[in-house]
Write a protein that binds this ligand. Structure first.
Ligand SMILES: Nc1nc2c(ncn2[C@@H]2O[C@H](COP(=O)(O)OP(=O)(O)OP(=O)(O)O)[C@@H](O)[C@H]2O)c(=O)[nH]1
Ligand SMILES: [Mg+2]
Length: 598
């Protein structure tokens, strides 16, 4: 029987996991199947490509020196931590990547905590040693200290470290002695990670991931923990609502970037099971006669919630295919089956749903996916989830790391402090200042924009949930008011130009707008209703030779996340397949006044 090693690649966001997995596949491919590649082959869905991040974990495998290595690439962004937690259950060991310049970051700590708790031994890969001013030895030492502090065992602390540059395609046991391939890493995997054990007994496999195929429907993915699975045989599926008989129609194992059909899968192997439709992640496939359940995966609780509602703006239904509350409900419920860290609650109104997630990106990826599928919807302001612990109000607290040019560190500290951030670390790192804060999640909402402005786009900010802490009180930093359109129609250049001194606009001339749409930010802290639809004829009176258009400042264009973080409590973000608008929940001034008096 061929030996197997199951490894998961974990790290902070952008430390180079997917790049490394790509290189591992390339290194083990036969020469003639190698193709020129420009982009990462693994980050293969549209959103992943556009954003350059991994959103869902992926299974691939390579064959090296006669051993099969199953590799699980995981996302590094904190919002997708739930995904990492569950796929770690398939692994025997982890490759922990650390950027040689940045060292361990908040998400490194999180994924390492989970790996240590599961008793997985790491191989540490200090990556990006090609970066200028990087400090591989310090990064290595910092990982050791971190593991020690996290309570790693002697055996876990006795880890192997490999240095290199995934991007440049080399790994070495000594960073000062570059090689021209990544084989030293693959050798370390074979040498330091024991072969996956074969466990005799009745079959058990926990479903830890899911795949779709338009031919066969839902596919379960997991690791056979004990015994064997066989095609055509009957098993028990153990769910939260009891057990039922199921038959396996097909079995597949991961080979390279694809899958291969097999008749039997041994324990220790990771496989895809076809023929079981009605399952949830966390269910166990077990012996028909003597089913034994594998304990369900407990995933960390959501920390943020946001209202999802149908689009009822004056422009609804122009672009979307799915616009009813029924559509919205079904789509959200379907998502909870695969998105473990997501929770959906119905409200007392049938077209409103509270969706709970791990952060802005976690929620916005869902929204972006839905709009691409043809949905129209509206979003309320995201809010953190408050808890009562021992009779006292508690809120989520996060570790916030900002690396900024020295010259703007003062401004960043001021922004964070206004938002109740406590500066915990401030130290130079290469030519930037490394700042760490302990800050309530509430304070982080809307902060990225401010930091980017204050640092001329050079501040790099990451954060991750730490723990629930006592409520820190109201957060200051007066917000500006909104500029609201008082009429429906096409915005004119003339009237936008005339109002430019009142604030900044989110629309440009010629755009169709409606009454109650938020079309700009007022320079003061109250809302301002204006009419930018009128005055069409007046534009004809322009003196020849003056070009008014050039005087209008370009509109501010938000990304979806920015818009979500920007809106006020009495506003929605309206999302359709092609457009995004901000609006007041109450569209007319009269109804806003009436609602304010209630
Ligand atoms: N300089 C340098 N850049 C690297 C190296 N490895 C990866 N990168 C770059 O770092 C960026 C992130 O790489 P990814 O492989 O997508 O990182 P990741 O860890 O998979 O990121 P997430 O999946 O989003 O957590 C890309 O721009 C890579 O080209 C390296 O060894 N040196
Ligand atoms: Mg990745």
């Amino acid at each position: 029987m061929k030996e197997i090693r199951n490894i998961a690649i974990i790290a902070h966001v952008d430390h180079g996991k997917t790049t490394l997995v790509d290189k591992m596949i390339y290194a083990c491919e036969t020469l003639d199947s190698r193709k020129e590649r420009k982009e990462l082959i693994l980050d293969n869905n549209d959103l992943e490509r556009e954003r350059g991040i991994t959103i869902v974990s992926k299974n691939v495998s390579v064959e090296y020196k006669g051993t099969k290595i199953n590799i699980i690439d995981t996302p590094g962004h904190a919002d997708f931590g739930g995904e990492v937690e569950r796929v770690l259950k398939m692994a025997d060991a982890v490759l922990l990547l650390v950027d040689a310049f940045e060292g361990p970051m908040p998400q490194t700590r999180f994924v390492l905590t989970k790996a240590i708790a599961l008793g997985l031994k790491p191989i540490v890969v200090v990556n990006k040693v090609d970066k200028e001013n990087c400090t591989p030895d310090i990064a290595h030492e910092a990982v050791f200290d971190l593991m020690f502090n996290l309570g790693a065992t002697e055996d876990q602390l006795d880890f192997t470290t490999i240095y290199g540059s995934a991007k440049n395609g080399w790994m070495s046991t000594d960073w000062e002695k570059p090689t021209d391939n990544i084989l030293p890493l693959l050798d370390a995997v074979l040498e330091t990670i024991p072969p996956t054990p074969v466990m005799e007994g009745t079959p058990q496999m926990q479903i830890t991931a899911l795949d779709y195929s338009s031919f066969v429907g839902r596919i379960c993915i997991g690791r056979v923990l004990r015994g064997e699975l066989e095609v055509g045989k009957d098993y028990k599926l153990c769910t939260t609502n009891g057990e039922k008989k199921v038959r396996i129609k097909e079995l597949q194992v991961f080979t390279g970037l694809g899958k291969t059909n097999v008749d039997k899968v041994r324990s220790g192997e990771i496989c895809a099971v076809i023929g079981i439709d009605d399952f949830e992640i966390g269910d166990t496939i077990a012996d028909l006669e003597n089913p034994e359940v594998i304990e369900r995966i407990a995933v960390d609780e959501p920390t943020m919630s946001m209202l999802f509602t149908i689009n009822n703006s004056p422009f609804f239904g122009k672009e979307g295919k799915f616009v009813t509350s029924r559509h919205l409900r079904d789509r959200l419920m379907k998502e909870t089956e695969i998105n473990l860290a997501l929770r959906v609650e119905e409200t007392d109104t049938e077209d409103k749903f509270n969706v709970f997630g791990r952060g802005i990106l976690h929620l916005s990826v869902l929204v972006e996916t839905m709009r691409r599928e043809g949905y129209e919807l509206q979003l309320g302001k995201p809010e953190v989830i408050i808890k009562t612990i021992d009779g006292k109000k508690h809120e989520p607290m996060e570790t916030l790391v900002v690396d900024v040019p020295e010259s703007s560190s003062g401004k960043v500290i001021e922004i964070a402090t206004q938002r109740k951030g406590m500066l915990t670390i401030m130290e130079p790192k290469g030519d930037v200042q490394h700042l760490e804060f302990n800050i309530p999640s509430r304070g982080i909402i809307g902060m990225r924009n401010k930091v980017l402005t204050a640092t001329a786009g050079e501040g790099i900010m990451t954060h991750r949930f730490r723990e629930y802490g006592p409520w820190v009180g109201d957060i200051g930093g007066a917000n500006k008011g909104s500029i609201i359109s008082g009429a429906k129609g096409s915005a004119t250049e003339y009237s936008i130009n005339k109002l430019q001194d009142r604030g900044r606009f989110f629309i440009s001339a010629g755009e169709e707008i409606y009454e109650g749409q938020v079309i700009g930010e007022h320079s003061r802290d109250n809302d301002l209703e204006v009419n930018v639809v009128k005055g069409k004829q007046l534009t004809n009176m322009r003196k020849s030779g003056t070009d008014e258009a050039t005087k209008i400042a370009p509109k501010i264009q938000f990304s979806l996340e920015e818009a979500m973080e920007y809106i006020r409590k009495d506003e929605y973000v309206e999302i359709t397949p092609l457009s995004m608008r901000l609006r007041k929940i109450y569209l007319t001034e009269a109804s806003r006044k009436a609602s304010g008096k209630k």
